[in-house]
Design a protein around this ligand. Structure first.
Ligand code: GLC
Length: 575
């Protein structure tokens, strides 16, 4: 789903105008201070974090047993992937009961203990809400499919098969990528943008919206601190389902995102929920342009709090990526949001392969310095950093070689599709080795005992074979470990509001090896220099470095001071 998006000229103009018109005299951001802007969010994939009962699946009690570890990281909030009742076609992103906990994960009592355990430690909880679709095993869908006249019929999108088949819609996870699934019970097709077990909810129906807002209130009343709205940019639809031009599926987001009444639905949600509870809100995806992204989070519009855009994350390809492109993307998003609105900063999550394998270098020689360098980047940019569990250890892609090792439904369905159409399976295997979501979902590596200390049973997804060397217990003992560096980087951010709100200025824009920028607020200035290569490189930054008062953070015990940088060296200077 995360397609790269292109930005037409009008958006660039829009960005310039926004920047100029919102600039105040001191060049200080005008956006209000909020806890969620100052937070570091740590994302936990519950299935893979810690298993407490030996069934091979991580669970809530497992997370509870690791609360002190989470606290020790210094993070402010946890984003938990979905934990509601689910038949697990898509690991919980197919919800069958929004007010209950998935059996594999535990009970509502466990949830209450988790929430109070987090709160006792001063950590907030952001829940993942799957609102674009439910499971086909949700009671609403069971009713809906039972007959054309059932009161729940309009909770989903149906197209009676008495008429010719509707215009094609692309399903991301379907074996044939056909989003219209025929159902004989009522001789009709239902719509599913994701798998056939994830029918799309009909947001155009006010009853659906009310049900969903009531469910959100249920969780907000429990005291949770935020909502991540899964795939929400796709919720609103033109229900006449017009035909799209040939090849539309190549630009899925352009055709499907930001449907006709999306902003109205978000305004309703804001009125019902966000205006009444002190919760943060972030939707997955930010539309097709800067303008879309802005409109989602412009404070005056009263919709969402923070934009989560994919353009940067999509840059990393198996063949590598260009640092110039990377710098350009981050710099342009920063400039558009410099004065108004707020961004999430991330390079990994549960839908991506591992941070160090995609954006760094996971070879034995460079895994540590490149992990630390990427952490430095994430913790020193403007926006709220989202950091995915396991990346703080520098966990790497598993790179499974046999399709039987993979569990991700999207990958398995695509494998089947490739087989059906006579695709090149060896090439497909190479692609998924690098990019399959399972790479980022292998169980957390706690120690070097059996199954990395994740479970006493058979893990639901194989453990990465490098757990004997890459694990939390070993890294606790090493003051220079990737883990301990992550803690220092988080602390640096927490101690320096300049890293949260400060102005960002890119230096040496055309240097293809080094990313350097200054962050500045109220006279305090930090200079961040990052070598994105595995070579020693020279820079033109000597004059800045000479002015530096001290090093605030660095990933080498002996940093270079002569204007050159060691492989993947990262240094934060106080100017
Ligand atoms: C989002 C989730 C992803 C899920 C999909 C369908 O992209 O992040 O994991 O498969 O939505 O719910």
């Amino acid at each position: 789903m995360k397609k790269s998006v292109s930005y037409p000229v009008y958006c660039i103009l829009f960005s310039l105008l926004t920047t100029l018109s919102c600039q105040n005299k001191n060049n200080k951001p005008t956006s209000e201070q909020k806890w969620w802007k100052e937070a570091v969010v740590y994302q936990i994939y519950p299935r893979s974090f810690k298993d407490s009962d030996g069934d091979g699946v991580g669970d809530l009690k497992g997370i509870i047993s690791k609360l002190d570890y989470i606290k020790s990281l210094g993070v402010d909030a946890v984003w938990l992937n979905p934990i509601y009742s689910s038949p697990n076609d898509d690991n919980g992103y197919d919800v069958s009961d929004y007010r209950n906990i998935m059996k594999d994960f535990g009970t509502m009592t466990d949830f209450d203990s988790l929430l109070s355990g987090l709160h006792k430690r001063g950590i907030k909880l952001v829940m993942d809400f799957v609102l674009n679709h439910s499971s086909d095993e949700h009671e609403w869908f069971k009713q809906s499919k039972s007959s054309r006249t059932n009161p729940y019929r309009d909770y989903y999108h149906w197209w009676n098969a008495d008429r010719p088949k509707p215009a094609p819609r692309y399903s991301l996870f379907d074996v044939n990528h056909d989003a219209w699934k025929y159902d004989s019970a009522s001789n009709a097709y239902y719509l599913h943008y994701f798998s056939k077990k994830q029918p799309d909810l009909n947001w155009e129906n006010p009853k659906v919206r009310k049900e969903i807002f009531d469910m959100m209130k249920f969780w907000a009343d429990k005291g949770i601190d935020g909502f991540r709205l899964d795939a929400f940019q796709f919720a609103a639809k033109d229900t006449s389902f017009p035909a799209f031009p040939k090849g539309y599926e190549q630009d899925f987001v352009k055709y499907y995102a930001m449907g006709p009444h999306l902003h109205d639905y978000l305004k309703e949600m804001n009125k019902e929920i966000f205006s009444k509870y002190d919760v943060m809100s972030v939707a997955e995806g930010a539309g097709n342009s800067f303008e879309d992204a802005h409109n989602l989070v412009d404070e005056d519009r009263k919709e969402l709090g923070m934009a989560y855009a994919f353009e940067a994350v999509d840059i990393a390809k198996q063949s590598g990526y260009s640092l110039l492109h990377f710098k350009e993307v981050f710099s342009k998003w920063d400039s558009v949001f410099a004065q108004k609105g707020w961004l999430a900063i991330f390079l990994a999550n549960h839908d991506q392969a591992r941070l160090v394998s995609r954006f760094g270098n996971d070879s034995a020689a460079f895994r540590e310095p490149s992990s630390k360098m990427l952490t430095t980047f994430l913790m020193t940019m403007r926006g709220t950093p989202y950091y995915y569990n396991g990346d703080e250890l520098g966990m790497t892609n598993a790179g499974f070689t046999d399709i039987k090792q993979y569990k991700d439904m999207a990958t398995l369905n695509e494998y089947q599709n490739q087989k059906n159409i006579g695709g090149d399976l060896p090439s497909f295997m190479k692609i998924i080795q690098f990019s399959c979501r399972d790479n980022g979902r292998t169980p957390f590596q706690w120690n070097n005992t059996a199954n990395a200390g994740f479970t006493t049973g058979v893990p639901w997804l194989s453990i990465n074979s490098n757990y004997a060397t890459i694990n939390q217990e070993a890294q606790e003992k090493d003051p220079n470990s990737v883990l301990n560096y992550f803690r220092k980087a988080v602390k640096l951010r927490k101690d320096n509001p300049v890293l949260v709100y400060g102005k960002y200025t890119l230096l040496e824009k055309n240097d293809p090896n080094v990313y350097a920028y200054v962050r500045e607020l109220d006279g305090r200035k930090l200079l961040i220099i990052l070598n994105f290569t595995s070579r020693r490189v020279s820079t033109n930054l000597g004059m800045y470095i000479n002015r530096a008062r001290k090093i605030a953070l660095g990933n080498y015990t002996t940093p270079s001071t002569d204007g050159t940088l060691q492989p993947y060296e990262a240094v934060v200077y106080e100017l």
